[in-house]
Design a protein around this ligand. Sequence first.
Ligand SMILES: NC(=O)c1ccc[n+]([C@@H]2O[C@H](COP(=O)([O-])OP(=O)(O)OC[C@H]3O[C@@H](n4cnc5c(N)ncnc54)[C@H](O)[C@@H]3O)[C@@H](O)[C@H]2O)c1
Length: 143
Amino acid sequence: MQNIQGAVAFITGSASGIGLGMAKVFSQAGMRVVIADIRQEAIDSALRQFPAGNPGVVGVQLDVADRAAYVRAADAAEKAFGKINVLVNNAGVGIVGSLLTATYADWDWDCRSTWAVLLTAFKLFCRVSAVMTKAVTSSRHLR
Ligand SMILES: NC(=O)c1ccc[n+]([C@@H]2O[C@H](COP(=O)([O-])OP(=O)(O)OC[C@H]3O[C@@H](n4cnc5c(N)ncnc54)[C@H](O)[C@@H]3O)[C@@H](O)[C@H]2O)c1
């Protein structure tokens, strides 16, 4: 991608881990970033890790498996920054630790969450992406 100064990235699951890492790198490179995550307290904590008063970073609470919330988050992001240029479908869950010590409840939670995130979110992401990418300005298109 060329001409990334001021471009807008919407990253799901970006209040921690890999997503937050991407948000920081994108921001340092001059992009504006939407931190979208299911955990509001983690969003608040993530925002504190950016320079104070940085107008190029906003947080939106979003469960990527919630259809209505996804559309609301996309609207909020566009209201804050205008057109979205980069979408990162990063949100996800996993069992941390030994498979042997994971309980059936852990596995049930993992399976439900993973299917919700992988399938529902992927479909929603594609739909929202399609709406957003139509609006992306030609000077910032992905190469
Ligand atoms: N770290 C790894 O080794 C590894 C390996 C393979 C795949 N992944 C995948 O990479 C992605 C990021 O992994 P990570 O290690 O940074 O994990 P992480 O747990 O640090 O971050 C995931 C983020 O997603 C958010 N999230 C979870 N469910 C959500 C939902 N329904 N809606 C919105 N946000 C939600 C969490 O709150 C969290 O902030 C995940 O999809 C994970 O499955 C990671």
